[in-house]
Design a protein around this ligand. Structure first.
Ligand code: HEC
Ligand code: HEC
Length: 248
């Protein structure tokens, strides 16, 4: 038995590789006619492995960049065509990544062998952006309620995928910017309430909410929020000082 299992595993592994390679490579030519960044004589395996990296980094299919003449028909993809603008934009990105790794990184770190890849920035997104910026932009344009709805959608879709930072600090930072730079206390409290719903154990969220409620003259609300913060983070000097201030 002991010898049969590895043999069988090795066989099925080979079989699987052949199957995968076959399904992806059918219909793809062996020579390429429109390469402007990659070397013209790049091997098929190397090119396809780069293409899979692109697709994974942006979480898209090949047809995000390559035009498909008949919808759903893989064989009708015109690989050499530059009709879709994302393809040429990707050439700019390829050159940028090459410059970062070969020149900019070594110039600033003193070490060669840069490791920046498409996924370093894209993290499964077509247009990479940090979550706090995305939310602030949405709130600026469409108001805080739309921003909160957007957060919920993004969390449903992306939680655990590493595309966005869903840790408590993101909503706390958005609330702080709303309160401090834009003077929007009501919006800030709404964002903090969302934070409390999502991360009920984060003392900082309660602390920030307490400070804003105090600023708004809601002493009772501020006390409740600060007490909750202290319950979550007993002995926190800052919270104790603020509570002393409110209770005076
Ligand atoms: C994000 C954009 C993007 C995605 C997604 C993408 N490609 Fe590409 N592809 C390119 C770019 C850019 C080139 C041209 C590179 C160059 O000019 O050196 C290219 C070139 C090619 C070529 C060579 C065509 C020729 O004859 O010049 C093939 C074949 C190819 N891609 C296959 C694929 C396959 C298969 C997938 C999906 C697994 C895929 N690509 C996904 C951007 C993309
Ligand atoms: C240093 C960070 C970074 C790296 C590395 C990076 N990108 Fe981008 N990319 C961006 C940002 C930021 C945007 C969004 C630009 C915007 O919103 O205007 C973007 C946008 C794009 C777009 C959309 C442009 C369009 O057509 O609308 C494509 C396609 C793309 N990148 C492909 C790639 C590919 C392929 C790689 C790897 C070869 C790559 N990117 C590497 C930061 C990066």
């Amino acid at each position: 038995m002991k010898t049969i299992i590895p043999a069988r595993a090795a066989f099925s592994c080979l079989f699987l590789t052949a199957l995968l390679a076959g399904s992806v490579q059918a219909g793809i030519p062996d020579t390429f006619t429109n390469l402007k960044v990659f070397p013209r004589d790049i091997g098929k395996q190397n090119l396809l492995s780069a293409m899979r990296d692109f697709s994974t980094a942006l979480d898209v299919r090949c047809t995000f960049c390559h035009v498909q003449k008949t919808p759903g028909d893989f064989d009708s993809i015109d690989w050499a065509s530059d009709e879709i603008k994302h393809k040429d934009a990707s050439r700019g990105m390829m050159t940028m990544v090459r410059n970062i790794n070969s020149e900019l990184l070594p110039a600033s770190t003193g070490e060669s062998g840069g490791r920046v890849r498409c996924i370093t920035c894209h993290r499964g997104l077509e247009n990479p952006q940090t979550l706090d910026h995305l939310l602030l932009e949405t709130i600026e344009k469409d108001g805080v309620d739309v921003g909160i709805a957007r957060y919920r959608e993004l969390r449903d879709e992306y939680y655990g995928k590493g595309a966005y930072n869903f840790s408590p600090s993101t909503l706390n930072e958005v609330a702080e910017t709303l309160a401090q730079s834009r003077g929007d206390m009501t919006g800030a409290v709404k964002v903090l309430d969302l934070g409390i719903e999502m991360n009920p154990d984060d003392s900082i969220t309660y602390l920030m909410k307490g400070k804003i409620l105090m600023f708004q003259g809601d002493k009772e609300g501020a006390l409740a929020s600060m007490n909750k913060a202290l319950e979550l983070d007993p002995g926190n000097e800052q919270i104790i000082r603020i509570l002393d201030g409110i209770n005076k």
